[in-house]
Design a protein around this ligand. Structure first.
Ligand SMILES: [Zn+2]
Length: 621
């Protein structure tokens, strides 16, 4: 009996779940889902089966064949892992759990109509990475356990649903959808589920996922959705608002070309469809690589090359991450480092080497800043980390992405691109649909690239802290020019209009990232007077600028900071802005402002983002 994952109650002595069949009744007024989950195990099991659950009300656990109740206990919640749902089994190969989610389910954001684009219909969506699937259904919530699933979603007729799965149909609800077990669960919760399920103006959307995925890739969204076709295997979905759909469709028009280039590099696209869903602005990430249906923040739609780079990243996950998954979050670099490498290879082919180098340069800056952030806790500057008792959302950083990228690029430099490409294809073929750890990767590397350990210090790269001496700052004429202009700013020089005439968002982002964090307020004002960054439609630019304005106590920009923190919920922007407001001393006014803004904006953030901002404030106030 041993845990397989520091973030899960899953026990190595128990069979893993292979399939989950879900019936989900969405009750928007109470922000609740009433549900039945039928879990099928790889083998019959006797004794206590350990499942993960977080803020679920369990109405009963039944033997699915006989509908006899199975005894269970639900532990008080652990701050990181949630509750242990322990079910007593006697040669059972499946269990039926009847439950309701809670309005504060950490995976779900329920948006009221005013919080959406269309302002007329509610919306709900999931974000299950890293350990939030357990707040939607009880499961062995570890990437070590890959599951197939099927789902029936009962939603109001004016809404529709998408999932990280094949859409199998939309139809009227029928009483037969509500099994005897599900009915029992409903009555235990004081509900007549059959009449609710078959109620007026309800519809059932059915989905099937036949390829095994880690639970963190389970995903749905329900709202008034529309779509545009942008390629033979790609639709762009969003709320059914013409302006949003049209700009998303034009931003992502090049998706099919990216998929083809990805296939040339990494092998056939394995998930059949590559659809995109643009979410409301509260979505906490840039993108989430849910298979068949990538979720995206609307902030990536800005009419330049960088939006496509986020799509390239999520596409790259189709091979590295979704196909080969880290066995638990301590090996997250295998997922994100490989994907960042693969993303830049796709960008290099589709947008050219210069764009790929700029993206590496921004990553290099970001990696160096993380060293500063973790200077008192260097554990999280390692690729392979110890996360016992650690909430993965609180230590989420660029390290697995950018140090992972650097490690793979180092190996590539050593053995040459064509040998590394051959290795990567073999690696993907060998481990597809598996979840692996760092040691497995290193063994495979050493077996396939004999002598690599003599050339590259594999232990230092994977287990050492900080940035290894053989990491590599990217170089190109443009990159060098931007960094030298940023250095000149320290001497009081603002770049001339001719020098920046061809710059896009990424050039400005790199420029701002290379400026000192804190300068004279007059310099902030002078820079903005010329280039109007505080009003940029590109949040990367605007947020980098506002971060400098806050650190320089240039209070003219606080209304813009307030507006920004109230209109987006992407953690990439919340983290630096709230941190700049509350970090350090002598900034009492800023601390008060941060507290007020969070109190007012909190409702607009996804629960994961709420937790992250809370932890930033708790550490600094
Ligand atoms: Zn990623």
């Amino acid at each position: 009996m041993a845990p397989v994952d520091p973030h899960s109650f899953t026990d190595s002595a128990h069979p893993l779940t292979t399939h989950v069949a879900l019936s989900l009744y969405f009750d928007f007024p109470s922000s609740t889902i009433h549900a039945a989950a039928l879990l099928t195990l790889a083998a019959p099991c006797s004794g206590q089966l350990s499942l993960d659950a977080r803020s679920l009300a369990i109405h009963g656990v039944l033997d699915p064949q006989t509908l006899a109740p199975l005894s269970f206990t639900l532990s008080p919640p652990d701050a990181v892992k949630g509750s242990l749902l322990s079910v007593a089994l006697d040669s059972h190969a499946s269990v039926l759990v009847l439950y309701s989610t809670s309005p504060d389910s950490s995976a779900l954001q329920w948006l009221s109509p005013p919080q959406t684009f269309n302002k007329t219909h509610p919306f709900v969506y999931t974000q299950c990475q890293s350990i939030h699937a357990r707040s939607v259904f009880p499961c062995q919530d570890t990437p070590a356990a890959r599951i197939c699933y099927s789902a029936k979603l009962n939603v109001p007729r004016e809404l529709s649903a998408v999932m990280s799965a094949r859409h199998a149909g939309r139809r009227d609800p029928v009483a037969g959808d509500v099994s005897e077990g599900f009915k029992k669960g409903g009555s235990a919760a004081g509900l007549n589920l059959e009449s609710l399920w078959c109620g007026d103006r309800r519809v059932v959307e059915e989905f099937v996922m036949e390829q095994p995925i880690p639970p963190y890739l389970f995903a749905f969204a329900v709202g008034e959705l529309g779509f545009r076709e942008v390629g033979p295997r790609t639709r762009v979905y969003s709320e059914n608002v013409a302006g949003v759909l049209d700009s998303a469709a034009s931003e992502f028009a090049g998706t099919e070309e990216m998929i083809r280039q990805g296939e040339k590099l990494f092998g056939e696209y394995p998930w059949e469809r590559f659809d995109l869903l643009v979410l409301p602005p509260s979505f906490p990430y840039g993108g989430m690589e849910n298979p068949r249906m990538v979720f995206l923040t609307p902030t990536v739609i800005k009419g330049d090359a960088s939006g496509a780079q986020v799509v390239a990243h999520e596409l790259a996950h189709s091979w590295t991450g979704n196909l080969i998954t880290n066995i638990n979050n301590e090996h997250f670099w295998l997922n994100e480092g490989f994907t960042t490498y693969a993303e830049r290879r796709i960008v290099e082919v589709v947008q050219g080497e210069e764009r790929a180098i700029l993206s590496m340069g921004i990553g290099w800056r970001g990696l160096n800043e993380e060293m500063e952030r973790f200077k008192d806790n260097m554990e999280f500057t390692k690729l392979k980390t110890n996360q016992e008792g650690i909430d993965p959302d609180n230590v989420y950083s660029q390290v697995p992405y950018e140090k992972g990228f650097q490690f793979l690029a180092r190996i590539e430099r050593q053995i040459g691109r064509s040998a590394f490409d051959e290795f990567t294809k073999k690696y993907i073929e060998n481990f597809k649909f598996k979840s692996i750890d760092t040691e497995t990767f290193l063994e495979f590397l050493k077996a396939n690239v004999p002598g690599i350990e003599k050339e590259v210090d594999l232990k230092l790269w994977t287990e050492g802290t900080g940035i290894p001496p053989d990491a590599y700052e990217p170089v190109s004429d443009l990159y060098t020019k931007i960094v030298s202009l940023a250095n000149e700013f320290k001497l009081g020089k603002i770049p001339g209009e001719d020098e920046v005439a061809t710059w896009q968002g990424q050039e400005w982002e790199l420029y701002l990232e290379n400026l000192p964090k804190c300068v004279e307020a007059s310099q902030v004002l002078a820079l903005d007077a010329r280039y109007r960054m505080s009003e940029s439609k590109d949040y990367e630019v605007k947020v980098a600028f506002l971060q400098m304005a806050i650190s320089s106590k240039c209070r003219d920009y606080y209304p813009e900071v307030e507006k920004t923190l109230k209109e987006v919920g992407r953690m990439k922007y919340l983290r630096p802005l709230y941190t700049a407001l509350v970090q350090g001393s002598g900034n009492e006014e800023e601390k008060i402002l941060a507290k007020r803004l969070f109190a007012e904006a909190r409702e607009c953030y996804h629960p994961i983002a709420q937790g992250v901002v809370e932890s930033i404030l708790a550490k600094n106030l």
